[in-house]
Design a protein around this ligand. Structure first.
Ligand code: TRP
Length: 334
């Protein structure tokens, strides 16, 4: 608890450009959470180097992501937006937790298996202990809730197991976090393969709408979206493409599915796709404008980065000191 509020922690990697799916499914909802929770949103650059990165590119993307957080509506006075690498306690706690996580547990992580299969030339130990660093992220802030996608649930479970193990030995040190089960955002699927999630790492550029796509690109991608030959706009199992477009349309303009289906009754897919594209453009335009404007204000962003890193550091140190004492590290002489 911080100031009588529960604590919420989440992180995003700065690899790949954010998609409309990231926005409608996560970011958009994060914006509303700061009234109820004390929120920490980290740009997890330390996780990013588990896969080889171009340094200049990583730095740029990390900054863009943090700027985009703000452009999308996260108020940096009310949410702690910071770089993971600016708070060294993440690395320090991760080391300690490494000594409480079992290889047997890490061996079961499906994301590690997937990534190891994909990067056979660089199966480094950081990739292996990635979930332990993630546990450190969460536990450092004594987070109560962690909004994560399904793909991160296994990591969150590991975090809970390690925290419980640690608490079992040393007493109540860590808050045991829960997955965030509040109002979940729309799950947006690929425009080219509506059975798969829209992903920032999709090789097919037409599959995802990126937050920074210009209006023409957005319209073109919507027009090319995979549909079916049924020819009617309805929300059925057998029309995953149309359903996804309806989800996008409704998430963008707040209409209900029924309303939207009624609106396009008897209309063709062409017209429907145009309307979907326009609704996306309308949502993204102000975010893009704000992003461009913020990007020119270096001093403002720098100040946010500095202040929020200090704030994060303050809470992280509190937990780290407690943990260091519990495991038997000697007290600091002042
Ligand atoms: N691994 C997460 C992802 O790729 C990002 C992440 C890192 C995270 N640390 C976290 C998410 C802590 C939630 C909490 O999506």
């Amino acid at each position: 608890m911080i100031d009588n509020k529960k604590v919420l922690f989440s992180g995003m990697q700065a690899t790949g450009e954010l998609t409309l799916g990231n926005y409608l499914g996560a970011l958009k909802n994060w914006v509303t959470l700061c009234d109820e929770y004390e929120c920490f949103y980290s740009v997890v650059d330390m996780h990013s180097i588990t896969v080889r990165q171009d340094p200049a590119e990583l730095r740029k993307r990390a900054r863009n992501l943090l700027t985009l957080y703000i452009a999308a509506g996260l108020d940096p006075e009310k949410n702690c937006l910071y770089y993971q690498s600016h708070v060294s306690a993440h690395a320090e706690l991760a080391w300690i937790l490494n000594c409480y996580a079992y290889m047997g547990e890490l061996n079961r992580m499906t994301q590690f298996k997937d990534k190891a299969a994909k990067h056979t030339e660089n199966i480094n130990t950081g990739l292996y202990t990635y979930p332990v660093l993630m546990a450190a992220d969460i536990l450092l802030y004594q987070a109560d809730v962690v909004p994560v996608g399904k793909d991160q649930m296994q990591h969150l479970e590991l975090c809970r197991d390690v925290a419980q193990r640690f608490n079992g030995i040393y007493g109540d040190v860590f808050t045991i976090p829960e997955g965030y089960l509040g109002k979940v955002g729309a799950k947006i699927m690929s425009l080219q393969d509506p059975e798969r999630k829209m992903s920032k790492s999709d090789e097919n550029a037409n599959a995802s709408i990126y937050l920074m796509d210009d209006p023409d690109t957005i319209m073109r991608k919507c027009k090319r979206a995979v549909t079916d030959s049924l020819g009617c706009v309805s929300y059925g199992e057998e029309q995953p493409g149309i359903r996804n477009l309806l989800d996008i349309y409704c998430a963008c303009n707040g209409k209900s599915t029924e309303e939207a289906v009624k609106e396009f009754d008897g209309k063709g897919y062409g017209e429907f796709k145009m309307a979907v594209g326009e609704s996306v453009v309308t949502v993204l335009k102000p975010i893009q404008e704000r992003f461009t404007q913020l990007s020119t204000d270096k001093a403002y962003i720098d100040q946010i980065i500095k202040n929020n890193a200090e704030k994060a550091n303050y809470y992280a140190q509190k937990t780290l000191r407690k943990v260091q004492k519990k495991v038997g590290f000697p007290e600091r002489i002042r």
